[in-house]
Design a protein around this ligand. Structure first.
Ligand code: NAI
Length: 456
């Protein structure tokens, strides 16, 4: 049996980066992937959805060009087949980049299904396809998959192609007339933003009384109104109970209602992939279906780590990247721990949301004494110059006791790009008085943070 210092199971962002870093550090490393290297993020999630959303943004601009003194004849029409082809070529390019980086770092890439058979004296036995290997350490990075609950007709709908997940919907070469989105979370909203911009009638059925889950209420409510202006219908406080031949059945205040659909998007959350990989053969602890890890990304089993969605902590590709580095650093004997308090999140709708840290509500729930400030994005010159629908806001949450930022919630152009600056301020616990001394480029949209700090 060939032996490796490290075998990584799963080649998504968590897995491929862990393998890359480990290979770079000189560990004999293999990464096993059963589908495509790059995982969900690169092949059917983050990246492909961004190519879609950029086409929608171009269409939005074209359809509002007159607001900027540019004449465009008629309405912009999206060529969905072209959008899908472009998406495929973007994915292809980035996946080959991932493979090149792995190769450069001397990582063995194995296209197979990995299964942990057990432990021997010299390490863990991993079956990959027909072969068996020995690993001194393991990093489990098997990711997540869409939750498909036992809703009547759902399984049949998925099988027939009437109900799609984020994967299949990104291969639709023909636009549906009426799309019903089940779940008004991140995936639901990003795809709602796309399909409403390209002329599809979209209805979102969401169980909670607000969209965008834990997002700051002020922001999610403006985002909802903006999408409503584009014709999106939100059925909030409505629990989906069934899928029938031509639509979605749901309950509103105990009464059964129905909305018709040509296609349905199911986006009600994702769950960790922990089955059929042999975790039970080495006794890895799970909690609510996800692998339990400590702040070094270690599981309860010696030399076995878990990074990315599979540990169920924060299901974001960039969290997986950092967790991968923490795991590899600990394998290499370097001190490193994972912190989760300043992980930015972005919702790539148009307008986009950039957020990090505590909301006013979550801070209060934790008993933190906070001061909040919320200002319109019109405080930024560049924002006003570049937008005509001036709905954006920037809300900051400040810990009164420490006089440091603990949260920022921004709706507006480029928010997803500059939120990392606020993450750094939170992570490094920079005092508000010191933030005031930082020089921001002018005119930029990110100056909104400086304005809000002074308003506070
Ligand atoms: P989500 O957890 O964000 O939202 C699911 C929504 O479905 C919730 O609002 C929930 O209340 C609702 N729901 C659940 N059951 C329902 C029912 N029977 N009827 C009506 N509504 C129901 O999950 P989502 O959007 O599927 O995303 C999955 C994961 O992917 C998330 O962890 C997210 O962080 C990640 N992701 C991140 C992106 C980003 O960072 N830009 C983009 C896309 C996904």
């Amino acid at each position: 049996m060939e032996s490796f210092d490290l075998i990584v199971i799963g080649g998504g962002p968590g897995g491929y980066l862990a393998a890359e870093r480990a290979g770079h550090a000189g560990l004999k490393t293999m990464v096993v992937e059963k589908r495509e290297f790059g995982g969900v993020c690169l092949n059917e999630g983050c990246v492909p959805s961004k190519t879609f959303l950029n086409s929608a943004k171009v269409a939005d601009y074209a359809n509002h060009a007159a607001n900027y003194g540019v004449k465009v004849e008629g309405r912009a029409v999206v060529d969905q087949k072209f959008v899908v082809e472009r998406k495929n070529s973007v994915v292809k390019m980035l996946v080959s980049g991932v493979k090149a980086a792995l190769k450069k770092n001397k990582v063995v890439m194995k296209s197979a299904t990995a299964f942990i058979e057990g432990k021997e004296q010299d390490g863990y036995v991993v079956r990959a396809g027909e072969e068996k290997f020995l690993a001194k350490r393991l990093i489990i990075a098997t990711g997540s998959m869409p939750v498909i609950p036992p809703i009547e007709g759902l399984k049949e709908g998925v099988e027939s192609g009437f109900v799609l997940t984020n994967k299949e919907i990104l291969d639709l070469t023909e636009l549906p007339k009426e799309l019903v989105v089940i779940g008004g979370g991140v995936i639901g909203l990003e795809l709602t933003s796309y399909f409403s911009s390209v002329g599809v009638k979209v209805t979102v059925v969401e169980m909670l009384d607000k969209i965008a889950g834990p997002t700051e209420k002020e922001i999610s409510s403006i985002l909802q109104k903006t999408l409503e202006k584009k014709g999106v219908v939100f059925d909030l406080g409505c629990k989906v109970t069934g899928i029938d031949k031509d639509g979605v059945v749901f309950e509103r205040n105990g009464k059964v209602e129905k909305v018709k659909a040509d296609k349905i998007l199911l986006s009600i959350g994702r769950r960790a992939v922990t089955k059929d990989i042999g975790l039970e053969n080495i006794g890895v602890n799970l909690e609510r279906g996800a692998i339990v890890t400590d702040d070094k990304m270690q599981t309860n089993v010696a030399n076995v780590y878990a990074v990315g969605d599979v540990n169920g902590k924060v299901m974001l590709a960039h969290t997986a990247y950092r967790e991968a580095e923490v795991a590899v650093n600990n394998i290499l004997g370097k001190k490193d721990i994972m912190r989760y308090n300043a992980i930015p999140s972005v919702i790539y709708t148009n307008p986009e949301v950039g957020a990090v840290g505590e909301t006013e509500e979550s801070a209060k729930q934790k008993g933190i004494d906070v001061k909040c400030v919320s200002i319109p994005m019109t405080y930024s010159g560049r924002y006003v110059a570049e937008n005509t629908d001036l709905v954006g806001v920037c809300k900051l949450v400040i810990n009164k006791k420490t006089n440091t930022l603990i949260g920022a919630h921004i709706l507006g152009s480029y928010a997803g790009e500059f939120i990392v600056a606020v993450s750094a301020m939170i992570d490094l616990e920079v005092d508000i008085e010191n933030i005031k001394k930082l020089v921001f480029p002018h005119p930029t949209v990110c100056e909104i943070v400086r304005e809000a700090i002074f308003q506070a």
